[in-house]
Design a protein around this ligand. Structure first.
Ligand code: DON
Length: 582
């Protein structure tokens, strides 16, 4: 027999509580994780009063804290962390990729910086289709898979507006790390046997990352990256021009010619990061500030949050089937809209206001049944399951003044296109796969996207990256969060926020808690191994859901929580980064 905990939900709906008017909902439900769950949520978070950095790598985190100690602000620290991650986490940290920065400043202003890659001018709608109209693997591996990189422009543009320390000084720690750093388990873990085979196809990649006769370094080895160091030095001396012009640009174009890629000097010279208006919405009385298109993260999260705010989630048992059901129903609707409507706003008109409005959420919620799953085919088309050979990196920073920065940046797959620019020492992204190579066909994350996100010269491919900042009802900083995970990014970020606002978890619990995912298509709820108990799975199946266990949902949340002036932070135990305070 299923328990019937729907009483409070029926009450809330009957009382037609409107989105944005609900208040914190915790009704004292005790949150317990399934006995089979593998992460210990009892550890004490890292705490500090004067500043915090949490990133995927201990060395990069330390660089950020040193910048804060030297009087730098959160943006300064973020720039230094970004370039350091390009050295010590080269599978995802990058100068050959792109990403997004969301900032909330102590003076009350907010900002969103789009440094997403762009399609080269020679890109075409069907460039990845073969004679049989099938999508080839050229959007995923090799020179043709790369978009024009945006990261260096992003850091430069952020520094021009907000930097307080010298650009040259912020690059220095990365230069030092490129001279040589001690290899640790995380880096070795990125060099799986299949990755070694993929990188071996490209001599410059093999030379850089497989220094032991074509095999990975071992723990304790020093990894020296002289070509990368020289590139960083050009960026240090000339700013963005040290990447988009001159020797670095020439080396990128020479690499393109070597592998039939299409990025030109003109593409590089034309690239510029752009400031956009953040997506901002209310959830449980808090203000959530997140990334607008060309990322789908903020808008999709706004739609799911607006739908879920209509329900008193906090009164439902943690990870019971009732809550997971509501998550899945809200998420499938939000992702259906994401996949259909969202794209680069410089190319396509998108109904952003409507998608993020509470009124629209009420319309969307009207078709949700508490007693049965809505088949995704009644909301949109079908596809295959997502895969897991991917990587991105997120970091969060708060400084002494209360400035906060959330950055998510990526090469897309782990080691991106697998192509290292010969002589320049960095890996190029394979972000072109985030376009709809063939509208209606799944990409590597299983996302089925539409014509709006088709390839066009100079266009940015749609992203799911969701760097996010949450303010409390008084407008004070409450959370800084974000994660990698391809299509799962948006639901992962939402869950970290919901864990705190609906279930009053602390930062360790919110990050370590088991996660679930639904992205409209495939019409499946995924859960992490051990993350749901058997009874919950059975109950969801009774409601009509197809429920699948996955070894992991490939998140790597780096989160800072602020309460009464105390900063507490946690790095996701799923992969193991590091938080450190000032
Ligand atoms: O922009 C996006 O949505 C993807 N390129 C992100 C890829 C990713 O998160 C892979 N990491 N696990």
């Amino acid at each position: 027999m299923l328990r019937d905990p729907w009483g409070p939900i029926r009450y809330v709906l009957a009382a037609t509580v409107l989105a944005n008017t609900a208040c914190a909902t915790g009704t004292g439900t005790v949150v317990t994780f399934p006995a089979s769950w593998r992460f210990n949520a009892l550890e004490a978070p890292v705490t500090a009063h004067r500043g915090m950095v949490v990133s995927t790598d201990e060395l990069a985190t330390r660089v950020g804290v040193n910048v804060l100690r030297a009087g730098g602000n959160a943006v300064d620290a973020a720039i230094a962390v970004h370039f350091s991650l390009a050295v010590v986490n080269p599978e995802a940290g990058n100068i050959g990729g792109g990403g997004f920065m969301v900032a909330s400043l102590a003076d009350g202003t907010t900002a969103a910086l789009d440094f997403r890659e762009k399609a080269p001018a020679a890109a075409t709608h069907d460039m990845y289709l073969d004679a049989e109209n099938q999508v080839t693997d050229q959007s995923v591996v090799g020179h043709l898979s790369s978009g024009v990189p945006g990261s260096v422009s992003g850091m430069w543009v952020a520094h021009q507006r907000y930097g307080s320390l010298k650009w040259q000084d912020l690059l220095e720690p990365a230069l030092e790390l490129a001279r040589g750093f001690e290899v640790r388990a995380r880096f070795i873990g990125s060099l799986t046997p299949s990755m070694v085979r993929s990188l071996s196809r490209f001599p410059a990649s093999a030379a850089q990352f497989l220094p032991r006769n074509g095999q990975p370094p071992q723990i304790g080895d020093t990894l020296r990256q002289p070509d990368l160091r020289a590139t960083l030095q050009r960026i240090q001396e000339r700013g963005a021009d040290g990447f988009y012009e001159g020797e670095t640009a020439d080396l990128i174009v020479a690499e393109m010619e070597r592998g039939n890629g299409i990025i030109t000097l003109q593409d590089l010279a034309n690239y510029e990061a752009v400031w956009r208006k953040p997506v901002s919405f209310s959830y449980r009385g808090h203000t959530v500030i997140s990334m607008p298109p060309s990322s789908s993260g903020g808008a999709t999260m706004a739609e799911m949050a607006n739908i879920l705010e209509l329900y008193d989630l906090g009164s439902l048992p943690w990870h019971g089937h009732e809550r997971v059901h509501l998550y899945a129903e809200a998420w499938r609707r939000a992702y259906a809209d994401r996949n259909h409507y969202l794209a680069d706003p410089d190319f396509v008109d998108i109904p952003l206001e409507r998608m993020t409005s509470p009124t629209y959420a009420q319309e969307r919620a009207a078709s949700i049944s508490l007693n049965a799953a809505t088949p995704s085919l009644d909301v949109g088309p079908g596809m295959e399951a997502p895969q897991d050979r991917i990587n991105t990196t997120h970091f969060s920073v708060v400084d002494e003044l209360g400035n906060a920065v959330a950055v998510t940046t990526t090469l897309n797959s782990s080691y991106g296109s697998k192509v290292t620019v010969n002589g320049a020492g960095f890996v190029l992204n394979n972000e072109m796969d985030d376009f709809s190579a063939k509208p209606g066909t799944p990409n590597q994350f299983g996302l089925v996207q539409g014509e709006n996100n088709a390839i066009a010269p100079g266009k940015r491919m749609l992203s799911a990256m969701t760097p996010t900042i949450v303010l409390d009802p008084e407008g004070s900083l409450r959370m800084v969060t974000g994660t990698p995970g391809g299509g799962t990014i948006i639901t992962t970020v939402f869950q970290t926020i919901s864990n705190v606002l609906d279930y009053q978890m602390n930062v360790v619990e919110a990050v370590s808690a088991p996660r679930v995912h639904h992205q409209h298509l495939p019409d499946q709820i995924f859960y992490e191994s051990g993350g749901l108990d058997a009874e919950t799975v059975r109950s969801l199946e009774v409601l009509g859901h197809r429920v699948f266990e996955r070894p992991g949902i490939s998140g790597d949340v780096q989160m800072i929580l602020i309460e009464d002036g105390l900063l507490s932070a946690w790095s996701d135990p799923r992969r193991g980064g590091r938080a450190a305070g000032h």
